[in-house]
Write a protein that binds this ligand. Structure first.
Ligand code: HT7
Ligand code: ZN
Length: 859
């Protein structure tokens, strides 16, 4: 497959200032008549040919300036039309079958509903068009169809007219005044009901809001509506961004490849990120709904008003919008807890990407299939890179930069370089060297040495970065590290400083320390780097108890446990060292459990053990089942040693009534932590408590965590609870997804057998991405099951990829990275994983999506 290079960008040869689309809707044969106003681009290369992208389309009839036109040919799947002049009106008719569209890209059918997904290259599956984000057009849409099947007809912008047609049909017309790229086009037609509200903008525009769902689901949309209204207000208050149409519609669909889509004025969502009520959604689900609703809304400015010049600039909209949604959620809840959660996601999902075969910079240099670049690197590391700008400038100056960016590039298709330049100009900062964050893949490692002589402390910071595919040598990055030095005696520090490391190695000195201080570095996770620092276990215990930066407290606790587990996994630990390491962790956790000054949400964070993926990152190569066993062993030991505290905690928190406030959410989080630690230590006690919690649960958080614990145990209560859960929520797709993932992600030693049986369950289907992810993604990240001896887990995932690829290549390709981690595991497993990748590579037909990921994973 051809490789597309960032350096090869050329401006479009033709512009399409206007497009009129006419859809005659039907589930299996939708006729699309497209009329394009095309104008030669003075800035583009001269050509007499107009190339329009298509994918699985056939051109039925082509006109130029109203006359049938025969001077055209197909080049692969593209339509190439010979044009004599500089300005023409082109007419093209296509016929598409939405029901046959299992890829869920373009126009597809979902339970009788018609909807579109055009990012990144789905519009070319609807009609022939220059399907690239730097071609911006004003869209007028007319659609007609059966009134009973499609009572609701929606598109971008504002409704302009509607009426009845012949034979029980009706029609509607929509006009979007804002020029937009084709990836933001949307159409939805179906039988939907709306939850309606309104929002008045800062300049008095009254915006009608609607969230469309299937009848019966509308009661579960209030949280999404509250989140939308809060997002609209927050973007005005913080970034000065006002909404720009009279209506804002959201539609929730159950078949969707991703989380949601920011189409102009008509966001389309996976139901998972809209529907929430206490009985069916966990606290985590509530947060996810709030975050994704905000994310898509914020795209109205960071993505839609200012869009991307080409797909290499994806992080321009995604990294920035993730940062904006993270800032919003932090303001809505607890900033430190949100920061910890975001860092946990980065370490679990992005750090492994950066150290694996698919590593790429946040602005990639080349791709074969752009869908493969909607990654944690582009999204989450992209957000971290922009967050570092806020660390360097302060929020006030950063916002001057973003205002300049929005003003300067409003209505344009911009680049990451445009963004950086606007921050430089608006915030008054030089980001010349900082730009390397856009260029270089990999997670920098910073090693700290500390010396204390007289009253002077010297910190020597050294940065290194391992080679990544295509980048054997790295240049030094700009790494802003918020740092404090604590006096052991007073428990106070001498004021936080920002150390900016921009050389391979640099020394910083501090005066006024009679004794050697305790180092607290990368506070708030000010830079997305790995730190190795001379902080003893005692000092980590000190910081875990005393650091005034909540993130640093969490980090100290994590480091204390990471160091212990890494030594244990590496087999370099004596029994005495193991006992001493455990004792230090036990004491620190005991203190956290007893600390009355801590709120429960934060306490919950401090008690969570580092994840297996992050532990694996600390090791060059390791047996994943050993990581699992050591982590479980520590958990069991903590369960036994602190048993009375866990029991008391579970009792205390069980008495807190359900509400969505922070205290009640904190209590629920702690109940889970208590059960999780008790389960390996005293399975009978944990099972009894989990069963009682399950039976009396008034909400999904309590019910799900109790079921998770029961699921992990081989106890009689397990089967009964699973059967009850399935019966109780039969027909609720999102909750049945939980039923699948709880079993597939379970610590239960028989998880692989359970997964094989679940794949045959009547509720399982390969046609629904949520269901596929619920079963198979949960399994692929379940290390003890996926990596079990003999390679059965690898075979199951390879089989899945091969079967799913022809149905939904986009979703299939996302499973490849689990097999691509072979260099990080022991050699026996590595060989088995490689063999499965080779088996996939040898398949006679593979999508571009899977082929790219498999080929790169084998290199
Ligand atoms: N901008 C949206 C991306 C998206 C997507 C990408 C590939 C395939 C399907 C997709 N659906 C939505 C989501 C977002 O980041 O807001
Ligand atoms: Zn996004």
């Amino acid at each position: 497959p051809p490789v597309i290079h960032r350096a090869d960008y050329r401006p479009p040869e033709w512009l399409i200032p206007q497009i009129a689309l006419n859809f005659a809707l039907s589930l299996d044969a939708t006729k699309v008549q497209s009329t394009l106003k095309v104008r030669r681009n003075p800035a583009g290369d001269a050509t007499t040919q107009l190339r329009l992208n298509g994918d699985a389309l056939e051109a039925k009839a082509i006109t130029v300036d109203g006359h049938p036109h025969n001077d055209w040919h197909m080049d692969g799947s593209d339509l190439v039309i010979d044009l004599p002049g500089d300005a023409h009106d082109i007419g093209i008719e296509t016929l598409i079958d939405p029901t046959a569209n299992t890829q869920l890209s373009g126009l597809y059918a979902s339970n009788g509903l018609l909807c579109t997904q055009c990012e990144a290259e789905g519009f070319r599956r609807i009609t022939f068009f220059p399907d690239r984000p730097d071609v911006l057009s004003v869209y007028s849409v007319r659609m007609s169809g059966d009134k009973a099947a499609f009572p609701v007809l929606l598109s971008n912008g504002n409704p302009t007219d509607s009426g009845d047609g012949p034979d029980d049909t009706h029609w509607a017309e929509w006009h979007d005044p804002w020029p937009k790229p084709s990836y933001l086009f949307a159409l939805v037609a179906g039988d939907l009901v709306a939850n309606r509200d309104s929002f008045t903008t800062m300049n008095g525009r009254k915006v009608s809001l609607a969230i469309y769902v299937r009848a019966g689901d509308e009661e579960r949309t209030d949280h999404a509506m509250r989140s939308l209204i809060a997002s609209m207000k927050w973007d005005e208050d913080v970034y000065g961004r006002e909404y720009d149409l009279d209506i804002f519609n959201i539609v929730a669909v159950s078949d969707f490849n991703a989380g949601a889509m920011e189409n102009k004025g008509l966001n389309v969502f996976n139901t998972r990120y809209i529907l929430a009520d206490p009985e069916t959604a966990t606290d985590g689900d509530y947060d996810a709904v709030e975050g994704v609703v905000a994310h898509e809304y914020f795209h109205n400015w960071s993505g839609n008003r200012v869009t991307c010049r080409d797909w290499f600039q994806l992080s321009l909209k995604e990294g920035f919008t993730v940062l904006r949604d993270q800032q919003f959620s932090a303001d809505r809840g607890s900033p430190p807890v949100k920061r910890i959660e975001d860092v946990r996601v980065l370490r679990a999902a992005q750090f492994p990407e950066d150290s694996g075969p698919l590593a790429h910079p946040i602005r990639p240099d080349s791709y074969q299939e752009i869908s493969n670049f909607y990654t944690a690197t582009v999204y989450n590391k992209g957000a971290e890179v922009i967050r570092m700008m806020t660390v360097l400038t302060g929020m006030e100056r950063f916002l001057k930069g973003t205002s300049l960016y929005f003003d300067r590039h409003d209505g344009e298709a911009a680049t990451c370089e445009d963004f950086v330049k606007a921050i430089e100009d608006g915030a008054g900062i030089d980001l010349a060297q900082f730009r390397r964050w856009y260029e270089q893949a990999g997670t920098p490692k910073v090693t700290v040495e500390m010396a204390h002589t007289g009253s002077t402390v010297t910190l020597t910071l050294t940065q290194t970065m391992a080679p990544t595919p295509g980048q054997p040598v790295k240049q030094p990055m700009v790494i802003p590290l918020r740092t404090a030095l604590f006096d052991r005696a007073t428990g106070q520090h001498h004021g936080e400083e920002l150390l900016v490391l921009d050389q391979p190695s640099q020394t910083f000195t501090f005066e006024g320390f009679a004794d050697a201080p305790v180092l607290s570095i990368n506070r708030g996770f000010s830079a997305p780097v790995e730190i190795t620092a001379p902080i003893t276990a005692d000092d980590l215990v000190f910081l875990a108890a005393h650091d005034d930066d909540p993130f640093a407290r969490y980090e100290a606790m994590q480091q204390l446990i990471v160091r212990h587990l890494v030594a244990a996994i590496s087999g370099t630990m004596s029994d005495a060292e193991r006992a001493a390491g455990r004792a230090a962790i036990g004491d620190a956790m005991g203190a956290i459990l007893d600390d009355t000054a801590l709120d429960d949400l934060m306490r919950g964070e401090l008690l969570i053990l580092p994840g297996e993926a992050y532990l694996a990152e600390q090791l060059t190569r390791a047996d994943p089942t050993r990581i699992f066993a050591e982590r479980e062993g520590l958990k069991r030991w903590l369960g036994e040693t602190l048993k009375d505290k866990w029991l008391a905690l579970h009792d205390r928190c069980s008495a807190v009534p359900y509400s969505l406030d922070a205290a009640a959410r904190g209590a629920r989080k702690l109940k889970t932590q208590a059960l999780v630690h008790l389960a390996p230590a005293d399975p009978a006690e944990a099972a009894a408590r989990a069963k009682a919690q399950y039976d009396s649960a008034t909400n999904m958080t309590d019910r799900q965590s109790a079921l998770m614990v029961l699921c992990s145990l081989s106890v009689a209560e397990r089967e009964a609870a699973l059967a009850d859960f399935h019966d109780r929520f039969a027909g609720n797709m999102l909750v049945i997804d939980k039923w699948f993932s709880l079993q597939a992600g379970s610590l239960n030693p028989n998880a692989t057998e359970h997964v094989k049986a679940l794949a045959q369950h009547p509720d399982f289907t390969m046609a629904n991405p949520n269901r596929v992810r619920a079963l198979w993604m949960a399994y692929a990240v379940n290390a003890q099951a996926f990596h079990r001896e003999g390679g059965e887990g690898y075979r199951l995932i390879a089989d899945l990829i091969l079967r799913l690829d022809p149905i939904n290549a986009n979703v299939a390709a996302r499973f490849v990275s689990s097999l691509g981690r072979w260099k990080k595991v022991d050699e026996t497993r590595a060989a088995l994983m490689r063999a499965e990748l080779e088996r996939i590579a040898a398949a006679p037909t593979l999508s571009r999506d899977v082929r790219e990921q498999v080929t790169k994973s084998l290199e």
